[in-house]
Design a protein around this ligand. Structure first.
Ligand code: ADP
Ligand code: MG
Length: 473
C-alpha cells in the first residue's frame, strides 16, 4: 500500500504546504548553515528535507534496527583482528595511497602497543530496499560508516516536522504513525559512557571538525546532550591539534592546554582532509591515551574492501563461532559483493561487470559520496584498469534497485517539482568496550534519506539526498 499524497492535492495546496513545511523545519531546529556563510550562524536555512515522509515496509524497518547490535559487535571484532585486516586490505593498500597511509598509522599503533582499553564506536549502517519480483522488498546494506556518521542530530528533530505537515495536509492518522527518533541521545550515551570510563572530570570531548562547518547544528544536538551531563566539549581542526597538541609522559593527549578524554572524528575520512601536518596529528591522536571515536582499526573496519571480504563464504562464521543465527541475520542484509583482486576470481568479476554494467556499482575505496561509478562509466574505467593492479582499488557490488516513489524535495534555491525518488535507510549504532567487556551495545535510532532517481550517488552533505522519515506500511 502506497500513499500518493501528491495526487491527493492540487498545486496551490502543495505550495501552501511547502511554506508551512519550511517554517516547521526552522521552528523544529532542522537547520543548516548556508553555502555562502558556512562558518557563521548569522543567517541559516532549513536542512534539505522531503515534503512528505516515504513509505518503508514495517518488517524490513524492524529487521534493520534488530541487526544493528550484531553489526556493532562485528565491527568491533574486525577492529581487533589484525590478521584479518592485514589480509583483507593487502591488495587495496598496494594501489590506494589513502588507505595505505591509514594502514601505516594502524601498523605504527599496533607495533607500539595499544594504550587505551576503552573503545567507543558510533556508526551508521545504510541500507536500500531491493525490490523483488513478487513486490516484496529485501533489506540490502549499502555500506557501514564507522567514522563521522552524520545526521543523527537533525534526524532527532525531523519527526515533528513531518507530523505537522501531515496534520496540515489533513492526514491526522498518518501523522500519528511517524515514529519517534532520537539518535542524538543514543550517540551522546555512548560518548558519555566512554567519558565516564576515562575518569577525569576536567578532560574534554574534542570534536575534530572540518574547516567548513555547514552542518554544525547536527553536531550541536549531540554536543548539547553532553553539556547537559556536564561533559565539556571543544571543537577543533586538525591544524589546531597539530599546533597545540602534545602527549605527556603517560601519553595523555592535550590540545590547547586541555586534557582530551575522547577525540570524536567528524572529519578525517577523505584524502583532501589531510596535509602532511594533519597526518602527523592523526598519528599523535591515535598513539594517545584519549579514546578515539573511531580508533584507526575501527576506521579501517568500515572500508568497502572489508565489506566485500566479509561477504566471502565462511568469513562471518570466523567472527561469530557458535552463533549461526547472528551470522544468518547479518548475511541476510548483504548484497552481492565481488573482488577485483588480480587472479581468476577478479577476472570473472571484470567479465561480469562488462557484460551487464547496469546491474552493478563500481566502488573505489572512498567515503563521502560522489565517488562510485555506474553503467557506461563502469565499462570505461574497467576497460582502462582491467589488466593492471589499479583495478584492486575498487570493489564491485550488485546494484540495489528500490521501488521509486513520488515526493517533493525541499532544498534552498531549488525550484519546487515532483520528483521520482529513492530512499536509503540508515541505522545508528553505539557501543563501548572496556578491555574485553562490551559495556554498552545499542541501536541508537534511524535516518531516512531520499534522493531523486536522476542521481545514482551522493548523500545529504553532497547536496543530493535530503532528510526524510519512514512511514511504516
Ligand atoms: P559513500 O561512502 O560515498 O557514502 P556509498 O557506498 O554509501 O558510499 O555510496 C554512495 C551512494 O551511492 C549511496 O548513498 C547510494 O545512493 C548509492 N549506492 C551505493 N551503493 C549502491 C548499490 N549497491 N546499489 C544502489 N545504489 C548504491
Ligand atoms: Mg554512504
Amino acid at each position: 500500500m502506497q500513499v500518493r499524497y501528491d495526487v491527493l492535492m492540487d498545486n496551490d495546496l502543495i505550495k501552501d504546504l511547502v511554506d508551512v513545511a519550511k517554517d516547521s523545519a526552522l521552528l523544529n531546529g532542522v537547520l543548516m548553515r548556508t553555502k555562502e556563510t558556512p562558518n557563521s550562524s548569522e543567517v541559516v536555512t532549513y536542512a534539505p528535507f522531503t515534503l512528505f515522509p516515504s513509505p518503508v515496509p514495517e518488517a524490513t524497518f524492524h529487521q534493520a534496527l534488530a541487526v544493528q547490535t550484531h553489526y556493532n559487535r562485528l565491527v568491533d571484532k574486525i577492529s581487533q583482528d589484525s590478521s584479518f585486516l592485514e589480509e583483507a586490505l593487502a591488495s587495496t593498500i598496494k594501489v590506494d595511497d589513502f588507505t595505505g597511509r591509514l594502514f601505516n598509522i594502524y601498523r605504527h599503533v599496533l607495533q607500539e602497543g595499544k594504550t587505551q582499553s576503552i573503545v567507543l564506536g558510533l556508526n551508521r549502517s545504510d541500507y536500500m530496499l531491493d525490490q523483488n519480483e513478487d513486490g516484496s522488498a529485501s533489506l540490502k546494506q549499502i555500506e557501514i560508516n564507522t567514522i563521522a556518521a552524520s545526521f543523527g542530530g537533525l534526524a532527532s528533530h525531523t519527526p515533528n516536522v513531518h507530523r505537522h505537515i501531515l496534520k496540515v495536509a489533513g492526514r491526522l492518522e498518518d501523522s500519528k504513525r511517524i515514529l519517534d527518533n532520537n539518535p542524538s541521545a543514543g550517540l551522546a550515551k555512548g560518548l558519555s559512557k566512554a567519558w565516564d570510563l576515562y575518569g577525569s572530570e576536567r578532560a574534554v570531548v574534542l570534536y575534530l571538525v572540518e574547516e567548513l562547518q555547514r552542518n554544525i547544528f547536527d553536531h550541536r544536538y549531540v554536543e548539547n546532550e553532553l553539556w547537559k551531563r556536564n561533559i565539556p566539549v571543544i571543537r577543533r581542526q586538525f591544524e589546531d591539534v597539530a599546533k597545540t597538541g602534545f602527549l605527556d609522559q603517560d601519553k595523555r593527549l592535550f590540545v590547547d592546554g586541555r586534557e582530551v578524554a575522547i577525540v570524536y572524528f567528524r572529519n578525517g575520512y577523505m584524502p583532501q582532509n589531510y596535509t602532511e601536518q594533519n597526518w602527523e596529528a592523526r598519528l599523535m591522536m591515535e598513539r594517545s591515551m584519549a579514546v578515539k571515536c573511531p580508533d584507526i582499526s575501527t576506521h579501517l573496519a568500515g572500508t568497502k574492501k572489508v565489506q566485500q571480504e566479509l561477504a566471502r563464504p565462511g568469513v562471518l562464521e570466523r567472527f561469530f563461532p557458535g552463533e549461526p543465527d547472528v551470522v544468518d541475520k547479518i548475511r541476510a542484509t548483504f548484497a552481492g559483493l565481488y573482488t577485483l583482486d588480480m587472479g581468476p576470481e577478479g577476472d570473472k568479476t571484470v567479465a561480469m561487470a562488462l557484460a551487464k554494467p547496469d546491474k552493478f556499482v563500481l566502488k573505489p575505496q572512498r567515503e563521502g559520496g560522489g565517488n562510485n561509478l555506474y553503467g557506461a562509466e563502469i565499462c570505461q574505467v574497467l576497460e582502462g584498469v582491467k589488466q593492471s593492479t589499479e583495478r584492486m582499488a575498487y570493489i564491485l557490488m550488485d546494484k540495489v534497485q528500490p521501488r521509486p516513489v513520488h515526493n517533493y524535495l525541499l532544498r534552498l534555491g531549488t525550484p519546487l517539482k515532483l520528483s521520482t525518488c529513492l530512499s536509503e535507510l540508515g541505522v545508528f549504532g553505539a557501543y563501548v568496550r572496556h578491555g574485553q567487556d562490551m559495556v554498552l551495545n545499542e541501536c541508537a535510532g534511524h535516518l531516512l534519506r531520499t534522493k531523486s532517481d536522476e542521481h545514482s550517488d551522493g548523500g545529504v552533505a553532497a547536496g543530493v539526498a535530503v532528510l526524510d522519515n519512514p512511514l511504516l506500511v
